[in-house]
Ligand binder design. Structure first.
Ligand code: MN
Length: 518
């Protein structure tokens, strides 16, 4: 982790940054450090250290993620406008509009978050603030990336906070910032945030699982080492250049997975996986074929996330095989490029060494470089466009998944679904599949019957009982809360009347036909 030592001197940050930015940019960086240092001079962190350590470490993280200079400058300055006498105008004069814009965006995300507990009640007075926030974020995704670096450092100094604050921040990190990192495809950051948050939320369970994981790995590491050598030799035969590494499951993801398999760790096959990284996409498939020639694959565990990337843009081939000595091993096969994206996500598209202007970013985001299925970004941009034209938007539309209070519920099979707090069973049904919503007949939650109008709770296991003949009813309009469910339902209700007519007509025709036969 980047924060073993929780201080960062100016000289050290400059040394880290120097290889990646131009001389002129490094000078700007020095100016920003000096400005922030003098602005925060009388402030201390809860830990007692000088406040400036915090923005310094945030900026250092942004350097390590490969962010452009404007993001790094905004990282240094991110708390100045909110907490010191420095103004946005000053920042704009010294570092340009883009940096001022980013600092402003980060400040607004913090402010808006403070009032997010009940967005719907909160809207009327502050729609304006929130609009500004969404415009800021919608225009520049770097705001969120800076916010994540900020949150990471705050998490790493959580031990100095009182317990109630620790819990609040940890919970928020797990519910908002973890998913945010995930949506940005920043896998490594997501894991860091989740691990720290979970260790505060449930210390005994965190410790127990950590020990359990260590014990298990101790047993399998040596055997896995043998598999690794075997595979490496085989790949050489085919002239495939590959790097093979072990990856260990994180404690929090083990915790989530255990909940799906009734706590039985023997049912988890990917405590440790082998990752094979190759140069070309074609090689991924060749490697997959070679592995399946060597070992017996578990057919239902082969996943092609290259042809069908995950919604956040993640790409890899996954397969789980049974080795000759009956060991179950998961392999993840990807190119270096896919690997970089899996680790750094969208941050990977802001390369520092290419020195882009801000116009390029805006263009970039609108064009094809964003994974086309990162729908929420376009959703956000739609909302922003509406706001700009002063069109009415519903609270629900504003409650973009990133910021709402979310709950996690499970299907009986253990799939996890993410819903806004207060969501009703039908919201879940429509989220799983619009046909499941359409034919929902009743609900069982945690094994018990559950009425349509009773909100779901975090951790619920929700089973939708469907009947083919059961169809949506007008009254359901009051029994859904998400835009998604509402839209699907509206479409189905207008269709149902027609379907009913056709079905009836069909029945009559059949009836007549059968009568004729007689
Ligand atoms: Mn901060």
């Amino acid at each position: 982790m980047a924060y073993n030592d929780n201080t960062m001197e100016k000289s050290e940050l400059i040394r880290h940054a120097k290889p990646f930015y131009s001389e002129e940019q490094i000078l700007e960086l020095e100016t920003a450090i000096d400005l922030a240092t003098s602005a925060h001079i009388h402030q201390k962190r809860k830990s007692g250290e000088p406040y400036i350590n915090h923005p310094m470490l945030v900026a250092d993280t942004l350097v390590s993620w490969g962010m452009d200079i404007d993001s790094v400058l905004a990282g240094i300055l991110h708390d100045t406008v909110e907490d010191t006498d420095v103004t946005l105008e000053q920042i704009e004069n010294l570092f340009g509009r883009d940096v001022a814009f980013l600092v402003d965006g980060v400040t607004k995300v913090s402010q808006a978050r403070a009032g997010m507990q009940d967005l719907v009640n909160y809207l009327p007075q502050t729609k304006d603030n929130l609009s500004k926030l969404l415009i800021a974020v919608g225009q520049d995704i770097r705001v969120l990336i800076i916010k994540l670096a900020d949150r990471l450092h705050n998490m790493s100094t959580l031990q100095y906070m009182p317990r109630d604050k620790q819990l609040k921040i940890a919970r928020e990190s797990l519910e908002v910032f973890g998913p945010m990192a995930d949506k940005l495809g920043m896998g490594r950051v997501r894991v860091e945030i989740e691990e720290m948050a979970f260790s505060y939320l449930n210390p005994p369970e965190y410790k127990r699982l950590k020990i359990l994981l260590k014990k298990r790995l101790g047993k399998s590491t040596r055997k896995l080492g043998e598999v690794k050598i075997e595979v490496a030799n085989e790949l050489k035969q085919y002239n495939i250049k590959a790097e093979i590494n072990g990856r260990v499951k994180s404690v929090y993801s083990l915790f989530r997975k255990l909940a799906k398999v009734d706590g039985n760790i023997d049912d988890i096959y990917d405590l440790m996986a082998l990752r094979i990284i190759v140069d070309k996409k074609e090689d991924c498939y060749i490697v997959l074929g070679i592995l399946h020639g060597m070992y017996k694959p578990m057919i239902n565990r082969i996943k092609d996330y290259i042809a069908t990337p995950k919604p956040n843009g993640y790409q890899s081939l996954h397969t789980t095989v049974i080795t000759r000595n009956k060991q179950i091993v998961e392999f993840q096969i990807r190119t270096y490029e896919m690997h970089d994206y899996a680790e750094r996500g969208l941050a990977a598209s802001f390369q520092y060494n290419e020195q882009k202007t801000s116009k390029d970013y805006v263009k970039k985001r609108k064009s094809s470089t964003l994974p086309s299925n990162m729908q929420w970004i376009s959703q956000l941009q739609e909302v922003v466009a509406k706001l700009k034209n002063n069109e009415e938007i519903s609270a629900d539309q504003l409650n973009i998944d990133l910021f709402g209070n979310r709950i996690f519920v499970h299907s009986p099979k253990g799939d996890i679904y993410n819903l806004p707090e207060g969501a009703l069973p039908l919201d879940f049904a429509y989220l799983v599949h619009s046909d499941i919503g359409k034919h929902a007949y009743s609900f069982r939650v945690n094994g018990k019957m559950h009425p349509f109008d009773k909100p779901l709770q975090n951790g619920d296991i929700v089973e939708v009982v469907t009947r083919k003949l059961s169809l949506p009813k007008q009254a359901w309009k009051d029994l859904v809360t998400t835009t998604h469910a509402r839209n699907k339902l509206r479409g189905q209700l207008s269709q149902t009347d027609l379907t009913q007519i056709f079905t009836n007509a069909g029945n009559i025709i059949r009836l007549k036909a059968s009568q004729r036969k007689k």
